[in-house]
Each structure stands twice: as structure tokens, then as C-alpha cells.
Design a protein. Structure first.
Length: 187
């Protein structure tokens, strides 16, 4: 019986253990097959933040982990993006309330760009002018908040929900805000 070419290629591949970034966790997230080390670099694994932190509050947050280096059968990653699941974001906007979407590109302490897409939900309907004031306040807050941190500090603050907590304090002065959620963050 002849052996198929596809099976020979598959058997020649080796498995690489993928580790989470050291700033969040040091656990193995999963394993991926590849013919050699250079084929692993650059791949993006999409996993739930709940798998990394073991916190059920992070169940709806998806994390894109880009493999940056591979040594032996170990692959180390860095965070490429955070994204909330659409079904969760959709459930936040209630009747007789408003949603304010923001998109800001800011620089961290190291000068690297960060794209932030946030969703702010209010407890009641607000005027268009108030929405504009909320967007401006969020832009100012995010620029200041991210500007004083490096990437690792910012990631730890995101996982601990510090960005949302401090943002709520700033926005309560403008309008009754129910929640600030991360729609997507790209590095």
C-alpha cells in the first residue's frame, strides 16, 4: 500500500508549546505543529483571556497572541490585540440608554502606537453634545493614561480593569455612565 504525500509531510512536523507573554502569565496555552522554527514565527493564536488568567470575568475577552520567537520546541508570544466578543458588547446597550463609541490612536511611554476602540454605555439617553463631551474626555484620559505606561504596565492594567475603573471616575462628572468596555485594542 502506498503512503500518501500529505501524511508524510504531517508526520515530519514537530509540535511547539506556545507560552503566554511573561507580563500576564508563564503558562503553556497550547501546542501548534510546524515543519521548523521559522514557520512558527509570526503566527497568531486567538484564545480567550479566561484561559490565561483563569478569571471568569475575562470569558468574553479574546486575545490575539503573535509568536515572536521559537527555541527548540518552545514558542514565546506577545500580545497583538485584545477584542471583546460582539455578543457581549451587544448585550450591554439597554433600552433607554445610549452607547458612545470611541477610536483613539495614542502612544505609550516607549513611543509605540496603541489603537483603542472603546464602548461607553450611559444609564439614560444623553444629548449629542454630551456624547461629544464624553468622546473628548475619553480621548484626553486615554492619551494621558497610556502615555505614562510602558506596554507591560499597560497590559497588567488592562487585565486588572484599571483603565475602566479610572475612566468611570473621570466620566461620571459629565454624564451617568453605566460601563466602559474595551471593544478592541491593537498594538
Amino acid at each position: 500500500m502506498a503512503v500518501q504525500k500529505g501524511a508524510e509531510k504531517w508526520k515530519a512536523k514537530q509540535w511547539f508549546d506556545v507560552y503566554a507573554p511573561k507580563s500576564i502569565s508563564t503558562e503553556v496555552i497550547g501546542s501548534i505543529p510546524a515543519a521548523d522554527e521559522k514557520n512558527v514565527i509570526g503566527r497568531i493564536m486567538k484564545v480567550s483571556l479566561n484561559w490565561i488568567t483563569h478569571n471568569p470575568n475575562h470569558a468574553f475577552m479574546m486575545v490575539g497572541l503573535r509568536i515572536k520567537e521559537a527555541n527548540g520546541n518552545v514558542a514565546n508570544t506577545e500580545i497583538d490585540y485584545f477584542a471583546q466578543q460582539y455578543s457581549y458588547l451587544h448585550s450591554l446597550v439597554k433600552r433607554r440608554a445610549d452607547a458612545v463609541y470611541t477610536y483613539d490612536v495614542v502612544k505609550d511611554k516607549e513611543g509605540k502606537g496603541v489603537k483603542l476602540k472603546l464602548l461607553i454605555t450611559t444609564r439614560m439617553k444623553v444629548a449629542i453634545r454630551t456624547k461629544a463631551d464624553i468622546r473628548k474626555a475619553v480621548r484626553d484620559f486615554v492619551t494621558e493614561y497610556v502615555g505614562k505606561m510602558n506596554r507591560d504596565e499597560f497590559l497588567k492594567a488592562l487585565v486588572a480593569s484599571d483603565l475602566q475603573a479610572e475612566g468611570m471616575k473621570k466620566l461620571e462628572k459629565i454624564a451617568p455612565v453605566a460601563k466602559i468596555e474595551i471593544k478592541k485594542i491593537e498594538f
